[in-house]
Design a binder for this molecule. Structure first.
Ligand code: URA
Length: 425
């Protein structure tokens, strides 16, 4: 076989065989198919798409390029969760201990942030001492002992995705359904959980900009999961504005703690309780939303979170420490009305420039910086009222402040928002 023929076949809109997909991916991982041919291949997929059968073959080929985690030593139905990326997305930090507080084991591998999106692993690493690298034995033992663990993704898992994602990131080929579905599902399948909850984000700050594409991505991933015997449910969630109130590693840890103490915003708390209810149901544990909420209000979920922080070497005192950012700058509204838009991507990029995110993989993070919103979309604001606070370790110039304000859009009409837009199972 020759890579050029496979690229040409896809370029001409034809369906590839399993053998052709396998040959190309295996060759790429082995180093015999170069980056330039793989980028051309990714671009043909961007324009020509793939059939369900091709996506399934691509996914399973990718799974086979790395280690597959065996979680069978952990008793019970293991559930996992994955988000297709967001801004201010601290959901995992709350959801995982909440689900674990019902005795459902959660063994989760999470990623790091890149560009406007944040990563759970970076947020956890903002806690002094917290270890995200664990051997498979330690990972499994911790879940057996305390019911939960969140670690960084093993280097050995889905090697094809590591290479391919880095390539897609610099060749404008990330936001295409076949490549997102195979990337996400290959990792979820290799990570070994029995059931999977997929959070498919949609909106300005997400890869999927409209509901139709989000639905197609969700359906594709649910089918991939089911085809290999994993119970899979996808929720389509809003990413037109950041999740909750904060963006930035330390700031998001603090917001997660607030929610786990029952003192968080009602909308985010309710949203996470709904996700927990679905995840529990994937493990055959049926609970009402009130029963789930009770585990937030009575501290059971917080207890699990603290247990995880301690088990992975984190310092509990440091966990509750406020941000040490040198400058805290109030941003006030220039007019009265209702907040109509807080574009997630723009604020994600703004936080990245403060050091809260990475422009390139090798960037070092400043855990203390970011943004805390005092107002969210749909809420009333008076001229001169504080809309957000910027946490920075650099002076915020007038130019930056103007740019920030430009993105706080205020209207005379109240806009309605809902976190979960659709559930696909
Ligand atoms: N998240 C992933 O893991 N992969 C993608 O391709 C996009 C989002």
């Amino acid at each position: 076989m020759r890579a050029v023929d496979i690229i040409q076949k896809k370029r001409d809109g034809l369906e590839l065989t399993k053998e052709e997909i396998q040959w190309l991916i295996d060759g790429y991982v082995a180093g015999t198919v170069p980056d330039y041919q793989m980028s051309a291949f990714a671009m043909t997929i961007y324009f020509k798409g793939m059939t369900t059968r091709e996506i399934s073959d691509l996914t399973m080929t990718m799974v086979a390029t790395g280690q597959q985690i065996d979680l069978s030593e952990i008793s019970g139905i293991k559930v996992d969760k994955h988000s297709t990326g967001g801004v201010g997305d601290k959901v995992t930090l709350i959801l995982v201990p909440l689900v674990a507080s019902f005795g459902v084991p959660v063994a989760k591998m999470s990623g790091r942030g890149l560009g406007h999106t944040g990563g759970t692993i970076d947020k956890l690493e903002s806690v002094k001492g917290f270890q995200v690298e664990r051997s498979q034995e330690e990972f499994i033992k911790q879940v057996q002992d305390i019911g939960l663990s969140v670690i960084g993704q093993s280097d050995q898992l889905v090697k094809a995705d590591k290479l391919l994602y880095a390539l897609r990131d610099v060749t404008a080929t990330v936001d295409t359904i076949p490549l997102i579905a195979s990337s996400v599902m290959s990792k979820k399948i290799a990570a070994g959980a029995d059931s999977i909850l997929l959070d498919v984000t949609v909106g300005e700050g997400a890869f999927m900009k409209n509901i139709e594409d989000a639905r197609r991505l969700a359906q594709t991933m649910v089918e991939l999961g089911k085809a290999v015997g994993r119970r899979t449910v996808a929720v389509i969630t809003d990413m037109s504005q950041p999740v909750g109130t904060s963006i930035g590693n330390r700031l998001e840890i603090l917001e997660a703690l607030e929610i786990l103490q029952g003192k968080g915003r009602e909308d985010v708390t309710h949203f996470i309780c709904e996700l927990a209810q679905i995840m529990l149901s994937l493990a055959n544990v049926e609970k009402t939303i009130e029963e789930v909420r009770e585990h937030v209000m009575n501290g059971s979920a917080l207890e699990k979170f603290e247990a995880m922080i301690q088990a992975q070497g984190g310092d509990l005192e440091d966990l509750y420490r406020s941000s040490s950012a040198q400058y805290i700058v109030d941003v006030t509204a220039d007019q009265s009305g209702f907040i109509s838009e807080l574009p997630a991507m723009e604020f994600g990029l703004f936080a990245m420039r403060l050091g809260a995110g990475r422009a390139v993989k090798s960037d070092k993070l400043d855990y203390e910086t970011g943004i805390v919103f005092e107002k969210k979309v749909g809420e009333v604001v008076q001229s001169g009222e504080v809309v957000a606070k910027i946490y920075a370790n650099q002076k915020i110039s007038e130019e930056m402040l103007t740019e920030f304000k430009k993105n706080v859009r205020i209207d005379v009409e109240r806009k309605k928002v809902s976190e979960i837009i659709e559930v696909i199972s």
